[in-house]
Design a protein around this ligand. Sequence first.
Ligand code: NDP
Ligand code: KPL
Length: 308
Amino acid sequence: MRLLVLGAGGIGGYFGGRLAAAGVDVRFLVRPRRAAQLAETGLVIKSPLGDLTLPVKTVVEAPPSVDAVLLACKAYDLEGAMTAIAPAIGPSTCIVPLLNGVRHLDHLDARFGAERVLGGLCHIGVALGPAGEIQHLNTLQRLALGARTHSQQDAAQALHGLMERGGFAPVLSQDILQEMWEKFVFLTTYAGMTTLMRAPVGAIVQAQDGEALVRQMLGECVATAAASGYIPSQDAYARMFTTLSERGSTGTASMLRDLQRGGPTEHEHIIGDMLRRAHEARLDAPLLRVSLAHMQAYEATRMAHGGG
Ligand SMILES: NC(=O)C1=CN([C@@H]2O[C@H](COP(=O)(O)OP(=O)(O)OC[C@H]3O[C@@H](n4cnc5c(N)ncnc54)[C@H](OP(=O)(O)O)[C@@H]3O)[C@@H](O)[C@H]2O)C=CC1
Ligand SMILES: CC(C)(CO)C(=O)C(=O)O
């Protein structure tokens, strides 16, 4: 099976690297700067689960008709990424997007046809270091993928088999859209609250109304998910709330880290999309409104200072 991984950043580099190290036929579709860097250093992963340095195959133009594409770009790069992978999408190619959120599914479906687009997500903490190395920040490495329709089940199973070779125990989800929505609900609150407060969870819940505000934003997201047909399970809700209200936690969403380094963020794809869906369902979501306005003001300021 020929696998094309779009992006050798945190997510693409980590999972693609594990697969390449196991002998899977992986090509990384990257831009010229990253191609040069990888040619010089190889793909480097620094992880508590095992470091890795290996030469990898890169391409700056997609080869025709691969078997599967692992899509691992940030949401603000989705349009360009879809154009980049287009030549690789043949009649039986599957695309597994690993982006956070859910809105990208609509864009991918419109561009390539819903039958090509499986569901996917990952729970992991990875970031690119200064020399382009992939830093694995904890020991989580959960990748889940699954069929969105009955007709995709065989393809999902085959891809899961391929992913298993990477040694990161991928999950073949029987309800990937539900899982994606649960992560969307969690991440919107995590990113919304930690960016608004410029603080980790532990500091937020120490503030007078901190925990109440976390509960309120989570409630707005849960109501939106429910109105969209994806009520988080009780277990999922309990896990989310535990993480979002943990005393002493130093946890922050990657969106806060992106903001603190003055970079672009996925706020429209995450917070903006959740709020849009709340409005469509005629739900009041005052905290999401504040959170989105805050991120849009950040973005306007960033652009005014020449941010690209
Ligand atoms: N990092 C994490 O721990 C987690 C991230 N996610 C989600 O996964 C997604 C990816 O995040 P992450 O890996 O951290 O992001 P990164 O910024 O680390 O990596 C994205 C990569 O995509 C590449 N890219 C973008 N457009 C193109 C293109 N047209 N052609 C080739 N390469 C392209 C970028 O290349 P270039 O270097 O050229 O810009 C970059 O290396 C996001 O939606 C994120 O929210 C989900 C769970 C955890
Ligand atoms: C929730 C988390 C930390 C891990 O998957 C993440 O996706 C993010 O912060 O962007």
